[in-house]
Design a protein around this ligand. Structure first.
Ligand code: GCO
Ligand code: MN
Ligand code: MN
Length: 389
């Protein structure tokens, strides 16, 4: 059999959520178009398309009102399906948005009983994930937000969120789960405005937690693009801070509803820089596709969707290597590097050094005349992306 160089392999750590391949195509205007996909079937499908892992919300696997006996049977069956199919469970999460109890939020709800229930539900979801071997726990506060800011002072919401996160870190440690918590920002949908709208907002919150070492972020392409932001910049900042614990790959056009498109299908150029960044820094955590197939598809089409996500990633990975090895690009980059070689721009501050800096003369005309061939550089990038180079 010819080897396909875009074939997913375990070292790529490609994962999908039960809710992604199991998405039934329901939207606010229309009902489901696909039958329910039982979790063990989803695992079989993921193995068939070549994925490495599966992730789930507590209730993707165990119905919210399942009695304990039923829960345990479901977990046993799922575990054996994962083992049989060679599928791993690197991440688990909790659904704090579907049930009407969370209509005013979960950790930030005004009702203290709802907040307690949300924490309890998360503790149980942590246990479920740990039973299946998950080491990353994602928290996406989908309902943590408002339609009217009359309902609470937004700084109160921040305090409640911090309190819940501190509690859950302690709980995870006391249970020996060894979780790293990955916080996922989104600007809106399903709420008009969600607290912590960007990855940057979460990075700032993490520094105020009792155990910042245990907490990082899970940036999502669609969420940054909904806010009109540059996903790669958000990811790079998280990476630089040692906080890129997980990633949600998909795609999204600006100014639309929450699309969850196949990775790279809306803005392949943005996807290219994102993949290039991951590969350049040797990112080694799971690459999770938080997307779903078009509503037009049956489950064969869902496989096409899943294969497409991974294939696009691997094509862009190859393009990134081509970019790095391209002689003309290398020459331009060497010219850029040269401007940055030699003495540091300002160096460490001290009195003497600052006096010298104040006294230094800069030739502004010479600075403004230096060549910055970014047009050529970008066109070379486009030539590579469009396949003519
Ligand atoms: C969304 C989010 C979710 C979360 C998931 C994990 O827009 O609905 O991206 O898919 O990633 O709930 O916690
Ligand atoms: Mn999303
Ligand atoms: Mn997501």
């Amino acid at each position: 059999m010819p080897t396909d160089k875009y074939e997913p392999r375990p070292e790529h750590k490609f994962t999908f959520g039960l809710w992604t391949v199991g998405n039934r195509g329901r939207d606010p205007f229309g009902d489901a178009v696909r039958e329910t996909l039982p979790p063990v079937e989803a695992v079989r499908m993921l193995a068939e398309v070549g994925a490495w892992g599966v992730n789930f919300h507590d209730n993707d696997l165990v119905p919210i009102d399942a009695p304990p006996g039923e829960r345990d049977q479901i977990v046993r069956d799922f575990k054996s399906a994962c083992e049989k199919n060679g599928i791993t469970v690197p991440m688990a999460t909790v659904n704090l948005f579907y049930d009407p109890a969370f209509r005013d939020g979960a950790f930030t709800a005004n009702d203290a009983e709802v907040r307690a229930y949300a924490v309890q539900k998360t503790m149980r979801a942590m246990e479920l994930g740990a039973e299946l071997g998950a080491k990353i726990f994602v928290l996406w506060g989908g309902r943590e937000g408002t339609e009217t800011d009359a309902c609470r002072r937004p700084d109160e919401a921040v305090k409640r969120l911090r309190e819940a996160l501190n509690y859950l870190c302690e709980y995870s440690e006391s249970q020996g789960y060894g979780y790293r918590l990955a916080l996922e920002a989104k600007p809106n949908e399903p709420r008009a405005d969600i607290y912590m709208p960007t990855t940057g907002a979460y990075l700032a919150l993490i520094a105020t937690l009792d155990r910042p070492d245990l907490v990082g972020v899970n940036p999502e392409v669609a969420h940054e693009h909904m806010a009109g932001l540059n996903m790669t910049h958000a990811v790079a900042q998280a990476w630089e801070m040692g906080k890129l614990f997980h990633i949600d790959l998909n795609d999204q056009l600006p100014g639309r509803y929450d699309q969850d498109l196949r990775f790279g299908s809306a803005n392949p150029r943005a996807a290219f820089w994102l993949v290039k960044f991951h590969e350049d820094v040797k990112y080694d955590a799971p690459r999770h596709f938080d997307a779903h197939a078009y509503r037009t598809e049956d489950y064969e089409g869902v496989k096409d969707f899943a294969r497409g996500c991974m294939r696009t990633y691997l094509i862009l990975k190859e393009k990134a290597a081509q970019w790095n090895a391209d002689p003309e690009i290398k020459a331009i980059m060497a010219g850029i590097d040269e401007m940055n070689s030699g003495a540091p721009a300002v160096g460490e501050f001290n009195k003497e050094q600052s006096t010298a800096l104040l006294a230094r003369n800069f030739d502004r005309a010479a600075l403004a005349a230096k060549k910055l061939p970014y047009e050529r550089l970008d066109q070379l990038t486009m030539d590579i992306l469009l396949g003519v180079r």
